[in-house]
Ligand binder design. Structure first.
Ligand SMILES: NC(=O)c1ccc[n+]([C@@H]2O[C@H](COP(=O)([O-])OP(=O)(O)OC[C@H]3O[C@@H](n4cnc5c(N)ncnc54)[C@H](OP(=O)(O)O)[C@@H]3O)[C@@H](O)[C@H]2O)c1
Length: 348
C-alpha cells in the first residue's frame, strides 16, 4: 500500500488511563515495530488527568518520561517543569493544539459529562476530536457532527464500538449508498467474558475481577454488568448508522447481575449460549434499540463469540447481512482505533 505522509499535528490528551497510555506507548515507545506509522507526525502538547497531575509543554511533552512516571509512582512526577494545575475544560479552551484526544471515563448518569463538554468546546474552537469515550456520540451525536461540519473539522470515534476493529470507517467508506436497517451484536466484552467463564463454573465476581485486571472492564463494573456500556454502544451505532437521535436512556435495557452459574451451564447443556444481545432497528420511520439477555442456539450468527470478543451484524437494503468479528482484543486494539482516527484527520 502506498504511504501517505501526514501534516504535523499537535495533540491534547484528556485522560491518560489504560487507553491513553497504550496510544502513547504505541506512538512514542514501540514506534519502530510499526513501520507504517512512520508518517504520523504527532506531538503531544498536553496531558490532563483527574488525579495523576497534568503536563503541558508547547514544544512537546516528554511522553516516555510521563509513561515511566505513571508506571513507577502512579502519577506525573513533581520534578518536571511540565507539571501544571489545569482542568480539562481550561486546557481545551486555552492551549494551542490541533486535535483533542478525549479518553476520560464513561459517565452515563451525568449524561456524558464532562466528556461531552470537552468535545463540544474543542469543536467550537475549530479543533478536531478523536475519542474512545462513548458518551459524546451517545448523548449528542448529531449536534457534535454538525458543529464539526460547520467548523470544517472531524469528530471521530472509531474505538467506541468493537475497539479498533473498523465499524464506522468501514461504514463511511464501504457502505456508501446503503441504507442500514438494523445492527445487532454482542458488544460488551466484560459481560461476554463473564458469561463464558460462568459456563465453565467460575463465579460472576471472580470473572469480573479478571476482566478488570486485564483492563477491558469499565472503571465502574456496574456500567458493564447492568448493561449500560452495551446500551451506550448500541446508541452510538443507532445514532451514527441508522440516523437515530437517542440516548442510552431510550434503550430497553437488561443486564446480567441476576444470572447464576447454573443458568449459564443449563443453557450449554441445551446446546445454547447466554448472550447479552444489543440490537437497533428501524421500524415505521423510527429507530428502536434494545439490550437483552438471550439464549442463542449454537448455529446463530452471533453465537460463536467467546470470552472478551465482540461481534456485529449489519443489515441493509443493498447488501446481504454481514458480520464483523473481533477476536480476543487487547488494549492495542482500542489504541489502534484512536490511531486510525488520527490518521484520518492527518491524511486529508
Ligand atoms: N479500556 C478499553 O479497552 C476501552 C475500549 C473502548 C473504549 N474505552 C473507553 O475509553 C475511555 C478511556 O478508557 P480507559 O480504560 O483508559 O479508562 P481509565 O483507565 O479509567 O482512564 C480514564 C482516564 O481519564 C481521566 N479522567 C477521568 N475524568 C477526568 C476529568 N474530568 N478530567 C480529566 N481527566 C479525567 C482519569 O484520570 P486519573 O488517571 O486521575 O484517574 C484517567 O486518566 C473510556 O471512556 C472507555 O469507556 C475503553
Amino acid at each position: 500500500m502506498e504511504e501517505q505522509s501526514s501534516s504535523p499535528m499537535r495533540a491534547l490528551f484528556i485522560g491518560f488511563g489504560n487507553v491513553g497510555q497504550k496510544v502513547a506507548e504505541v506512538l512514542f515507545v514501540e514506534r519502530e515495530k510499526h513501520p507504517r506509522l512512520v508518517n504520523l507526525n504527532l506531538s503531544i502538547i498536553g496531558i490532563v488527568t483527574k488525579s495523576r497531575g497534568s503536563l503541558v509543554n508547547n514544544a512537546g511533552v516528554n511522553v516516555v518520561r510521563a509513561l515511566k512516571d505513571i508506571q513507577d509512582i502512579g502519577r506525573f512526577s513533581s520534578l518536571g517543569f511540565e507539571l501544571v494545575n489545569i482542568s480539562g475544560l481550561d486546557a481545551i479552551r486555552q492551549l494551542d493544539y490541533d486535535v483533542l484526544i478525549e479518553l476520560s471515563t464513561l459517565s452515563i448518569q451525568q449524561r456524558g459529562e464532562p466528556a461531552l463538554s470537552h468535545v463540544r468546546e474543542a469543536l467550537k474552537r475549530g479543533k478536531h476530536v478523536v475519542t474512545a469515550n462513548k458518551a459524546p456520540a451517545a448523548f449528542a451525536y448529531h449536534e457534535l457532527q454538525s458543529l464539526a461540519r460547520e467548523k470544517g473539522v472531524r469528530f471521530l470515534h472509531e474505538s467506541t464500538v468493537l475497539d479498533g476493529t473498523p465499524v464506522f470507517s468501514l461504514a463511511r467508506e464501504g457502505l456508501k449508498g446503503c441504507t442500514i436497517s438494523s445492527v445487532s451484536g454482542v458488544l460488551n466484552s466484560t459481560t461476554n467474558f463473564v458469561l463464558s467463564r460462568m459456563e465453565q463454573g467460575e463465579s460472576l465476581e471472580s470473572a469480573v475481577k479478571t476482566a478488570q485486571r486485564e483492563g477491558f472492564a469499565e472503571a465502574d463494573p456496574r456500567h458493564d454488568l447492568e448493561g449500560w456500556d452495551a446500551a451506550a454502544k448500541i446508541t452510538v451505532l443507532a445514532n451514527a448508522l441508522l440516523g437515530a437521535s437517542m440516548t442510552p436512556f431510550d434503550v430497553d435495557r437488561q443486564g446480567i447481575t441476576h444470572v447464576k452459574v447454573e443458568d449459564a451451564q443449563r443453557a450449554v447443556k441445551a446446546g445454547k449460549h447466554l448472550k447479552l444481545i444489543c440490537k437497533a432497528w428501524s421500524e415505521g420511520g423510527t429507530v428502536r434499540a434494545r439490550v437483552s439477555l438471550q439464549e442463542v442456539e449454537h448455529g446463530h450468527p452471533l453465537a460463536p463469540i467467546h470470552e472478551s470478543g465482540s461481534i456485529l451484524m449489519i443489515e441493509s437494503d443493498l447488501l446481504a447481512p454481514f458480520v464483523i468479528t473481533e477476536t480476543d482484543p487487547t488494549l492495542c486494539d482500542t489504541a489502534y482505533g484512536v490511531i486510525n482516527d488520527l490518521l484520518s484527520v492527518a491524511c486529508k
